[in-house]
Design a protein around this ligand. Structure first.
Ligand code: HAM
Length: 403
């Protein structure tokens, strides 16, 4: 299906490395995992992400369930987690630093790095007003990239809040009205609904008009400005370099004041503060900040060839009971073992052991079964020796621990 992909075993180690690295970093910062349903009421996204956004207007997989209720495959994680936070009264819990990993769905035009089912790793923190938490979120995001050896530039912006943004939106509309005919058809439609989005339109004609547009930073209120300035100070204290980008507006409506993106030719991750999301979804006056990265985009940039990590191949030459016995013995030790059950020739078994990148093959046939022995073959040197089964532990120790 267009925009949907299988993640195959030959690539799975990269995915696991990315997810394990993220999990260990989150854990080290005191973040707890949260798992929310993939299907949510459509209203959660209409209210949360905003009904004038591209995501809600054009990209959601929305349908009526058998009871006639409108439901949607989550296009992103934040709104659903905010919904879960409210419903489960998590404001009374100590766990307000959360992370998640999972699939998201957007009906977008598939292209390089853009899929209809894609995967995000994200974090959300609720109830912390201090701008240091915005810096912590970026610190975590950056650390993850560093651990994976991925280079990315951090761009930040202050996009104001419902107090200061309306005044700006008004001057922006006044400005763009003068150039309406020069805007692309999408931006002409956005003009009254979501004029901020015109600022990051990729159309060359729109870009020219945008150059002369009034700047949001000249209109933001004192609170937003103070928050933004303090976040920048905390970023400096953490030695995190950033570029301020006036045109960074983000495609989701819930953001207030501080927003950011990490880019390297394509946006790898993004996030920001959303102080009204919980109240917009019917909860209390609880602020939030978070980020999410696109796993497919990171996997594309991870150059590390992750090795298959199967240690031992049991070349079972039609002595399956004996093979199971050996498997049972080996399970007392920390090796990964692939046991063969299909009847192949020894040659093709050893070929397979090579492809699985194993260090050792244990070859067993009728003779070995009768004498309670096995042939241990070092797959690198091709040296092999027949040993008694009771010697297995010591011999394997020699292969795996002495290089
Ligand atoms: P977003 O910018 O829509 O933000 O998505 C975050 C990341 O998900 C993007 O930077 C990109 O790497 C990846 N991504 C988005 N769409 C696709 C796609 N169609 N195919 C592949 N990757 C994609 C959010 O989703 C917010 N919930 C982030 C956030 C969390 N803000 C606060 N907390």
């Amino acid at each position: 299906m267009k925009g949907f992909r299988d993640i195959l075993p030959e690539n799975i180690e990269k995915w696991q490395l990315l997810e394990e690295t993220a999990k260990s970093i989150f854990k080290s910062f005191g973040y707890k995992e949260i798992r929310t349903p993939i299907l949510e009421k459509t209203l959660t996204f209409e209210r949360g992400v905003g009904d004038a956004t591209d995501i809600v207007e054009k990209e959601m997989y929305t349908f009526l369930d058998k009871s006639g209720e409108s439901v949607t495959l989550r296009p992103e994680g934040t709104a659903g987690i905010a919904r879960a936070f409210i419903e489960n009264k998590l404001e009374t819990s100590v766990f307000n630093k959360l992370y998640y990993i999972g699939p998201m769905f957007r009906y977008e035009r598939p292209q390089k790095g853009r899929f209809r089912q894609f995967h995000q790793i994200g974090a959300e923190c609720f109830g912390i007003k201090n701008p240091a938490i915005d810096a912590e979120i970026i610190f975590i995001n950056k650390l993850l990239f560093e651990r994976l050896n991925i280079k990315a530039n951090l761009e930040i912006n202050n996009i104001g809040c419902p107090v200061c943004r309306p005044a700006y939106t008004k001057v922006l509309i006044d400005y763009f009205e003068n150039y309406k005919d020069s805007l692309c058809t999408d931006c002409q439609k956005r003009l009254y609904k979501n004029p901020l989005r015109i600022l990051d339109c990729k159309n060359e004609k729109c870009k020219i008009v945008v150059k002369g547009a009034p700047k949001l930073k000249d209109y933001v209120c004192k609170n937003c400005q103070e928050h933004y300035n303090s976040t920048k100070e905390y970023l400096k204290a953490l030695n995190i370099e950033y570029i301020e980008n006036d045109m960074l507006v983000r495609g989701l409506d819930y953001y207030t004041s501080f927003v950011f993106e990490f880019t390297n030719t394509i946006t790898l991750s993004a996030g920001g503060r959303y102080d009204n999301l919980i109240s917009d979804l019917g909860g209390g006056n609880i602020c939030g900040v978070g980020f999410a990265l696109g796993e497919e985009r990171l996997i594309d940039m991870m150059d590390a060839k992750v090795q298959n990590n199967i240690d031992i191949y049991i070349a079972n030459l039609s002595v399956t009971f004996y093979a199971l016995q050996i498997l049972q013995i080996l399970k007392n030790f920390p090796y990964s073992v692939y046991c063969e059950y299909s009847s192949k020739s020894l040659k093709s078994m050893l070929k397979k052991a090579d492809k699985l990148n194993t260090s050792v093959s244990i070859i067993i046939g009728e003779n070995e079964q009768k004498s309670n022995t096995c042939i241990v073959r070092n797959m690198k040197s091709s040296n092999q020796q027949t040993i008694g089964v009771e010697q297995l532990e010591n011999i394997l120790k020699g292969v795996f621990y002495v290089t």
